[in-house]
Ligand binder design. Structure first.
Ligand SMILES: *Cc1c(COP(=O)(O)O)cnc(C)c1O
Length: 435
């Protein structure tokens, strides 16, 4: 879960690169703590915990099967995925070890990479844990310098991880509702030398899809820096040719588009790069090389594995395959997205991103420009109808988000739209909404 109520500290950074318009690269004088360069206003977050619990409203006949999560995670999962957890296995159990092996192999298959070149390293913890494992294990201890490409909260998280480990980095910050711009990255590469470059595939705080391929091809021309992609909310649903664009490390987690249960994350890693990083880890638990070596040697995690979650994930991978793999899943999410878009447009809601964005993971909507609108009420009443949407994570614009991912289908999107219309009427918002 993301932290609600969190505000980013804004410090003034020295702009070290000129001529990049407002897409500046910033770095403070010590080089270790770059900071945001765009004005931060306090975003309107709401604490989920302060909202009333869902009451049984069966009398309204609106729901019958628990909450539907239209969020960036945790996400809805199938009944069969949940049922796969009903068995207890020890960490040395051969069935469990085979499950881990199956998962590692299958993920390479989903990624479309050759097992002789890439390996898959699962790690206990949510997605951020794997991001931290990659950053803290694969940046050289001597002379390491990361170029962090960020256009939202998740890109900024990589910068925060660098800071926490005192890793030298330059932050290249783009506006939240825009893609990372390749020509700005090129400028950065001309001006400095980096050992690692990071980017987010789908910036889930807005829904922007970044040009991971174009940036990868650019890197190939300029540098042999290690290329790291946070594909948390896109892996399994948005195709990405890791080999063609030279991605060395890709991170995702169990409970995003693969639709498993939250509890572990995984790294798809270029073997050569990974094993060259031996000894660079700043921590014990997050040591990606040791985690991988442990798994390779005896098929076991170094420390207590999330056994039930792994069993569920195997089932989730089987269901992904049954749906037609990445293509099939993309088809369903795109359909969800298109039902949502049509319905919300009809109601008058305005999207944050312009038409040049083609993402189908999550959509940000401006708050209605109506004196009767109050997000907390909107959110709570939808929650009472078992429809869980999400506050925005933008720093400068008031918006909310609706996710299409997880075990959701077009019928769920239509139901959500009905509930949104119902709540708008209850709140006496003028329809069509003026966004
Ligand atoms: C969900 C997500 C994360 C990880 O968040 P956790 O709460 O640690 O699982 C990181 N990056 C992106 C783009 C995400 O969507």
């Amino acid at each position: 879960m993301m932290k609600h109520g969190a505000k980013f500290a804004c410090t003034h950074a020295k702009t070290v690169h000129a001529g990049l318009g407002q897409h500046n690269l910033t770095q403070d004088t010590r080089g270790l703590t770059p900071s945001r360069i765009f004005t931060c206003s306090t975003a309107r977050y709401f604490s989920a915990t302060s909202l009333p619990l869902n009451r049984n409203r069966d009398q309204e006949g609106i729901h019958n099967s628990g909450k539907k999560l239209f969020t960036p995670g945790p996400l809805c999962t199938s009944k069969t995925v949940k049922e796969a957890m009903l068995l207890d296995y020890g960490s040395r159990d051969t069935t469990f070890i085979e499950t881990v092996k199956y998962i590692r192999e299958k993920l390479l298959d989903v990624a479309g990479v050759d097992p002789s070149q890439y390996t898959c390293v699962p790690l206990q913890g949510s997605g951020t844990y794997a991001l931290e494992a990659v950053i803290s294990s694969t940046v050289p201890r001597q002379g390491g310098k990361v170029l962090v490409l960020a256009n939202g909260a998740y890109g900024m998280r990589v910068s925060r991880i660098c800071k926490a480990h005192n890793i030298d980095h330059v932050l290249c910050r783009f506006p939240d509702e825009e893609k990372v711009r390749v020509e700005v990255v090129e400028e950065a590469l001309k001006q400095d030398t980096f050992t690692n470059v990071s980017i987010v595939h789908c910036e889930t705080s807005s829904g922007v899809i970044n040009p991971v391929e174009d940036v990868g091809l650019l890197l190939k021309r300029y540098t042999d820096a290690t290329y790291f992609v946070d594909a948390m909310s896109s892996f399994g649903a948005i195709p990405l040719d890791m080999v063609a664009c030279g991605v060395d490390y890709l991170v995702s987690s169990a409970n995003k588009c693969i639709e498993g249960i939250p509890g572990f994350s995984y790294v798809i890693a270029n073997r050569e790069k990974l094993f060259n990083s031996k000894g660079w880890s700043r921590t014990l638990s997050f040591d990606l090389v040791e985690q991988c070596e442990g798994l390779d040697q005896n098929g076991q995690f170094r420390f207590t594995p999330p056994t039930h979650v792994m069993l569920a994930f195997k089932q989730a991978l089987i269901e992904l395959e049954q749906e037609g793999g990445v293509k099939g899943r993309a088809r369903r999410y795109k359909e969800n997205r298109s039902v949502l878009r049509d319905g919300m447009t009809k109601l008058g809601f305005r999207e944050l991103l312009d038409d040049s964005h083609r993402g189908y993971i999550i959509t940000s909507y401006h708050f209605p420009n109506d004196p009767n609108f109050d997000f907390k009420t909107f959110y709570t009443r939808l929650g009472d109808l078992d429809q869980v949407i999400y506050p925005g994570k933008m720093t400068e614009v008031d918006c909310f988000r609706i996710g299409n991912i997880g075990h959701l289908f077009p019928a769920d999107m239509r139901k959500l739209l009905d509930c949104i219309e119902h709540v708008c009427n209850e709140m006496r918002l003028k329809i069509p909404i003026v966004g």
